[in-house]
Design a protein around this ligand. Structure first.
Ligand SMILES: Cc1cc2nc3c(=O)[nH]c(=O)nc-3n(C[C@H](O)[C@H](O)[C@H](O)COP(=O)(O)OP(=O)(O)OC[C@H]3O[C@@H](n4cnc5c(N)ncnc54)[C@H](O)[C@@H]3O)c2cc1C
Length: 580
C-alpha cells in the first residue's frame, strides 16, 4: 500500500487550458467583489475569504500541450479583462483580410462572399500557447497555485459518488512497473469542488462521464483531428493578418475536412488541416491528408522557399450542443472542450471555453456562499450556460456536424437551410444524427485500393494506395510522421510504463489486421503504432512507440474496437508547443 500525502484545497482545476485559467482568475475576482459588497453592507451574505485554489497541468509548463489554429474571438477575454491588450496579452496580429477557397485537385475557387462562420476580420491571430503562458502568469499574480508536470491520474470519489478531488500520477516507475530510486507517489488533492478542463477527450472526464452517466441520453461525441505546422516563409509569400479557410481537396466528399492558413508576424504562417475522425475509408491517414493539402499548387506557392519550424496535432470535439454532457454532478463541473463547448462550424472554442470557465467560477462563488457543493448548487452552472451567449452561439449550429455524416453536398445544402431556420435539421440529415466516428469506419473487405492486405498492413503500406499515390515526402514541403514528430519536440522518459493501454493485443494481430488493416498506424499522427512482423510467428504484431505520443487522443477515439485507453504518462512528458 502506497502512502500518499493528502493536501486539502478548496477548488482544484484539472488542466491549465483557456477554460480553467479564465475560470480560476474569474473566481478570484468574483470572490473579491462578493466580499467587498459584504464588507460594505451591500450584500447580506457570508464572506468567502481566501480560497485555496490549485491548477494541475500535465505539461512541463502552462501552454506546453496546447495546440490551436488560432484565430481567437476576443469576446470572452474582453469580459474577463477588458484591458487585456494594455495588460500585455500577446495578441499582436489582427485579422485584416479573410478568404474562403474551395480547392479542386489542382485549382481553386475563391468564394465571392465570405461565409459568416469564417469571417474573422478584427479578431486576433494568436499563439494560444503564448496566450496561456501569459494568462498563467496573471493567475499566479492573483495567488493561484499552478502545478505543471502534475497530471491528474484518477478521480477520487466520496459518499454517494460525490467527486472529492483527484490523485496525481506517481513519478519514478520503470517500464516493468517497479519503483526507481527517484520514486515519488502522487498526492491526493482533496477539494470541495473539482473542475475538469482537460480539453478534447479528457481522460478523467471520460472516467467521470462513464461512472456518473453524464453522457446518458446525449448524442455520441464526434471528433476531428487537426494537424498543424508553423512555417517561416519569404517576405511577400503571404500577408500578416490574412486568414484563409479551405474546403474540398484533399478530402473526398464523404469525409469531413478543411484547411487553414493564417499569416502571423515576422513572416510566420500557421498552416493546418482538419480531418473528421468519423471517416469511412479505413486507409485515411489525417497526417498524410495534411501533407497532400500542402502539396496543392495554391498552398505550395505560399510555402515555397519557406522552412517548417514546428509541428503538432490535437483532436477537436466537433459534435456541439447535442453532444454536450451533463455539466455537473456532486463536487464536479466540466468546462471547455471536455464539456463540448466548441463551435464546430467556426472551429472555434477558445472563447466558449473561457466563457464556460467564467460561468463555472460564478457558480462556485454561489456554492461557497451557501456552503453547498452538491448538484443542488452546481446545477446553476448548466442554467447559466443556457442563458449565456454560449447557447446563442451553439444552439443554431447544433446540427452542423451531423449533416456532414451524409456527405459534403447534403451538408452544404443543409447548412444553408439551417442558417435560415436557426438550426433546424432537414431531410438531408442522417436519420441517427451523430454516429460515433469509430462506428462509421468501413472494413477493408479484402481489398485496399491496390494494396495487398494478405499479411495485414504495415505502417506505410497505405501510402502506396490510390489515395496517396502522388504523395512524396520530400522533407522540404512534405514530411513523414517521424520527421514531423521531431519538430513537435516530443519527449517522454522511455523508462516508464506505456501510457497507451491496449486492452487486447490479440485483436490487433488477428481481427483488426484482417478487418481494418490496423488503422491505428494511419490515424495516429505521431507514428506511435506499428504492426511489425514477428519472425517466430510470421504474423504482424503491435509495437507501441509511446514516447512519440503528442497527446492528441486520436487513438482513444478512433479505434474501431475501442480497446485503446489513453491515460496520463509521467508528468512533464509529451510535446512542447511553445510558440504554436
Ligand atoms: C488544430 C486546432 C485548431 C484550432 N483552431 C482554433 C481557432 O482558430 N480558434 C479557436 O477559438 N479555437 C480553435 N481550436 C480549439 C481550441 O484550441 C479549444 O477549443 C480550446 O483550446 C479549448 O480549451 P480548454 O481549456 O477546454 O482545453 P485545452 O486548451 O485543450 O487545454 C486542456 C489542458 O489540460 C491539460 N490536461 C489534460 N488532461 C489533464 C490531466 N488529466 N491532468 C493535468 N492536465 C491535463 C492539457 O495538457 C491542456 O493543457 C483549435 C483546436 C485545434 C486542435
Amino acid at each position: 500500500m502506497t502512502e500518499r500525502e493528502t493536501i486539502e484545497m478548496d477548488v482544484v482545476f484539472v488542466g491549465a487550458g483557456p477554460a480553467n485559467l479564465a475560470a480560476a482568475l474569474h473566481l478570484k475576482n468574483k470572490i473579491r467583489e462578493h466580499d467587498d459588497l459584504v464588507d460594505r453592507g451591500r450584500k447580506h451574505a457570508r464572506k468567502i475569504g481566501d480560497l485555496e485554489i490549485a491548477i494541475v497541468e500535465k505539461g512541463s509548463f502552462v501552454g506546453a500541450h496546447i495546440l490551436s489554429g488560432a484565430v481567437m474571438d476576443p469576446i470572452a477575454i474582453r469580459e474577463l479583462m477588458p484591458d487585456f491588450v494594455a495588460q500585455g496579452c500577446p495578441v499582436d496580429t489582427v485579422v485584416t483580410d479573410d478568404a474562403f477557397w474551395y480547392l479542386t485537385e489542382k485549382g481553386s475557387i475563391n468564394a465571392p462572399i465570405m461565409p459568416r462562420p469564417v469571417k474573422n476580420k478584427g479578431k486576433y491571430i494568436v499563439s494560444l500557447s503564448e496566450v496561456r503562458e501569459w494568462l498563467g502568469g496573471k493567475c499566479e499574480e492573483a495567488g493561484i497555485n499552478i502545478f505543471p508536470e502534475f497530471p491528474a491520474a484518477e478521480v477520487l470519489y466520496g459518499e454517494n459518488d460525490a467527486v472529492i478531488g483527484v490523485r496525481t500520477g506517481d513519478k519514478g516507475i520503470d517500464k516493468e512497473g517497479n519503483r526507481k530510486p527517484n520514486f515519488e507517489p502522487g498526492v491526493d488533492l482533496i477539494a470541495k469542488i473539482t473542475v475538469l478542463g482537460e480539453g478534447s477527450r479528457g481522460s478523467l472526464a471520460k472516467q467521470v462521464m462513464a461512472r456518473l452517466g453524464l453522457d446518458e441520453r446525449k448524442e455520441p461525441q464526434v471528433f476531428s483531428l487537426g494537424v498543424k505546422e508553423l512555417w517561416e516563409v519569404p517576405e511577400g509569400n503571404f500577408t500578416e493578418g490574412m486568414a484563409v479557410h479551405t474546403l474540398g481537396f484533399p478530402s473526398d466528399t464523404r469525409t469531413y475536412g478543411g484547411g487553414w492558413i493564417y499569416g502571423l508576424k515576422n513572416n510566420a504562417i500557421s498552416v493546418g488541416y482538419v480531418t473528421g475522425l468519423d471517416y469511412e475509408d479505413p486507409l485515411i491517414d489525417p497526417h498524410a491528408e495534411f501533407q497532400k493539402f500542402k502539396a496543392h499548387p495554391k498552398i505550395a506557392a505560399i510555402l515555397k522557399d519557406g522552412k517548417m519550424i514546428k509541428y503538432g496535432a490535437k483532436t477537436i470535439n466537433t459534435g456541439g450542443y447535442h453532444t454536450m454532457p451533463k455539466l455537473f454532478a456532486n463536487g464536479v463541473l466540466l468546462v471547455g472542450d471536455c464539456a463540448s463547448m466548441l463551435n464546430g462550424q467556426r472551429i472555434k472554442g477558445i472563447h466558449t471555453a473561457m466563457k464556460s470557465g467564467m460561468l463555472a467560477a460564478e457558480t462556485i462563488v454561489g456554492a461557497f456562499e451557501h456552503e453547498d457543493f452538491t448538484s443542488n448548487t452546481l446545477r446553476h452552472y448548466a442554467e447559466k450556460v443556457n442563458l449565456s451567449w454560449i447557447y446563442d452561439e451553439l444552439h443554431p449550429v447544433r446540427n452542423f456536424h451531423a449533416a456532414f455524416q451524409k456527405g459534403r453536398w447534403s451538408a452544404l445544402i443543409n447548412t444553408g437551410l439551417q442558417f435560415l431556420t436557426r438550426g433546424l435539421a432537414w431531410g438531408f440529415m442522417p436519420k441517427e444524427h451523430h454516429v460515433a466516428g469509430h462506428e462509421r469506419m468501413e472494413m477493408l473487405n479484402g481489398s485496399a485500393q491496390g494494396v495487398r492486405t494478405d499479411n495485414g498492413l504495415g505502417p506505410n503500406d497505405h501510402l502506396r494506395s490510390e489515395r496517396y499515390r502522388d504523395l512524396r515526402f520530400d522533407k522540404e514541403l512534405t514530411f513523414d510522421k517521424v520527421t514531423d514528430v521531431f519538430y513537435g519536440a516530443v519527449a517522454h522518459d522511455e523508462d516508464q510504463p506505456s501510457h497507451l493501454h491496449v486492452l487486447d493485443t490479440e485483436i490487433c494481430a488477428t481481427r483488426c489486421a484482417e478487418e481494418y488493416g490496423n488503422p491505428c498506424q494511419r490515424f495516429c499522427p505521431a507514428a506511435v503504432y506499428e504492426m511489425e512482423e514477428n519472425a517466430a510467428t510470421g504474423r504482424r504484431e503491435l509495437k507501441i512507440n509511446f514516447s512519440n505520443c503528442v497527446h492528441c487522443k486520436t487513438c482513444d477515439i478512433a479505434d474501431p474496437y475501442q480497446i485503446i485507453n489513453w491515460v496520463t504518462p509521467e508528468g512533464g512528458g509529451g510535446p512542447n508547443y511553445k510558440g504554436m
